[in-house]
Write a protein that binds this ligand. Structure first.
Ligand code: GDP
Length: 479
């Protein structure tokens, strides 16, 4: 901690304005209190109400968390399979599913849902959650115990599962002939392929029904928070928690996601070696969803067109071999992330082969090039998490459309990125990029349904703070 404060600046408020609770063992998770030395200040102060609700949640977890009396009692209900009345502790179980960026966004969504509904969030550790993230709550674990009864069904849960909420609604099997609930648990299918029945999750009547179910098991790959803002019964609470809507993921992310010491080592070694000394840091996150192996010329053209047009990088001077600089030249460090190394190599060479018109010194770095998305390799997601975090430490950020990897970086960093538009037909779009309206992630698969009127509507036009995304016309984001 001392080292970091000396090299990065004055000691700052390590509890982030009360967002983090004091009293964690610092050594077991150095990033928790050290990240403040590396990040810019929070983009805003967390509301006192948010802080009080977080402390209340931490107390609830202590009372209801794994291995407590209440937990064991509620678990008995789950094992019996039958619903037998309301329970003093209720749970939402998050199933580990999809890529790292997606998982971070869905975990934040599930946590906010737990806060809103007074549930305890329990996290399926999957293969690598415990390697990547510190425990965010003091004194009680957020992980689901390894012997959790439904655990071996997590992979198989889908829209056709008998306890899937959408399926039960479709088949009218949610209550029995006497009108009482049949099951002590419900599976919520909130994956991008979900249907209109699954989407009833976002309706008030359904929420008041779900409120009674002790165990909700959730599988999702989407940042569904924007649609929670359209549920009338959550409206007031959400506006008390987040007076400024665009800070939702920023605050939840900085509260929940602390890299483990292993990842933190990757982050700060890289930061000190390549980024700390520059006058300015630019992050460029490249994610290409086209099939075929890159690098693609049109993507390279697009990166340069965007960074030059928006003055994020100086143009190169092709007329002169060398410029005679007087005085100290400003330095700019560029952190690129991509599965391939092609873009990085071309841009790095360009700034080696030519001087810049502004005489700025530009250095280009890329920590890894893993070539393709992998799931089983341990180090793969460790590097990915370190890179997301490093991007969040930059001053200015360029991201790729549709990528949750970029959303997490922008949200943690409190940065409104320039978004590279998605290329169509192998050509660089014009304009190449666009400044984001807010630092919030985009919900890629929102419902378009008016629960009261029971008909389709444009959910991006209901309230001013829930709009369509810059990078996906049908997506929704908070602004
Ligand atoms: P998304 O697919 O861009 O929305 O992001 P996800 O994080 O959900 O899934 C992409 C996965 O591919 C990541 O979890 C990484 O494992 C890998 N990946 C994608 N881009 C990069 C990158 O720039 N660096 C590294 N190390 N991994 C990446």
């Amino acid at each position: 901690e001392d080292d970091a404060s000396q090299s990065v600046g004055l000691p700052k408020d390590k509890l982030l304005g009360g967002l983090l609770s004091a009293g964690f063992d610092e050594r077991s998770c150095l990033s928790r209190y050290q990240s403040v030395m590396y990040h810019k200040d929070l983009s805003d102060k967390p509301s006192l109400y948010l802080i009080s609700r977080l402390r209340k949640y931490e107390a609830l977890l202590k009372q209801c968390g794994p291995y407590t009396k209440s937990f064991n009692r509620t678990l008995e209900q789950l094992k019996s399979g039958h619903y037998n009345g309301p329970s003093d502790c209720n749970y939402v179980v998050w199933i580990s599913f999809s890529g790292l960026g997606n998982r971070i966004l869905t975990l934040a969504s599930a946590f906010l849902y737990a806060l809103l509904t007074d549930r305890v969030l329990l996290v399926d550790p999957g293969v690598d959650m415990a390697d990547l993230f510190c425990e965010p709550f003091p004194e009680a674990s957020w992980f689901l115990p390894p012997d959790f009864p439904l655990k071996n069904q997590f992979n198989d849960f889908n829209q056709e599962s008998p306890r899937c909420y959408g399926k039960m609604m479709k088949d009218n099997t949610i209550v029995n002939s006497t009108g009482s609930m049949v099951s002590s648990f419900v599976y919520l299918h909130l994956v991008h392929d979900y249907d209109d029945h699954d989407k009833l999750f976002f309706c008030d009547d359904d929420q008041s029904f779900l409120q009674k179910v002790p165990w909700l098991i959730m599988k999702t790959d989407n940042y569904f928070i924007p649609s929670l803002f359209l549920i009338p019964s959550f409206e007031q609470e959400l506006s008390n928690l987040f007076p400024k809507k665009e800070t939702v993921f920023h605050f939840l992310g900085r509260y929940l996601f602390h890299p483990t010491n292993k990842i933190w080592g990757l982050v700060i070694r890289y930061y000190h070696a390549y980024l700390a000394k520059a006058d300015e840091r630019l992050g460029i996150q490249i994610r290409v969803f086209d099939t075929g192996t890159g690098p693609f010329q049109h993507v390279l053209d697009q990166i340069l067109a965007c960074t030059w047009k928006e003055n994020l990088l100086p143009d190169i001077n092709r007329q002169q071999d060398i410029t005679n600089s007087s005085g100290k030249q400003k330095s700019k460090a560029v952190l690129m992330t991509s599965l391939s190394s092609g873009y990085f190599e071309k841009i790095r060479d360009m700034y080696w082969e030519h001087p810049t018109v502004t005489e700025e010194v530009v250095s280009i770095y890329q920590p890894s090039h893993e070539e393709y998305q992998q799931t089983e390799k341990q180090m793969h997601n460790q590097k990915a998490w370190a890179e997301i975090y490093l991007l969040s430490l930059t001053d200015v950020l360029v991201t790729s459309s549709w990528s949750t990897f970029g959303y997490v970086a922008q949200g943690l960093g409190g940065l409104k990125p320039w978004i590279l538009y998605k290329p169509e037909n192998q050509t660089a779009p014009d304009p190449p990029c666009h400044r984001a309206m807010s630092m919030e992630p985009c919900f890629h698969a929102p419902p378009f349904y008016d629960c009261k009127a029971k008909r389709g509507i444009d959910t991006g036009a209901v309230v001013p703070h829930v709009r369509h995304c810059e990078d996906m016309s049908w997506g929704l984001k908070l602004v």
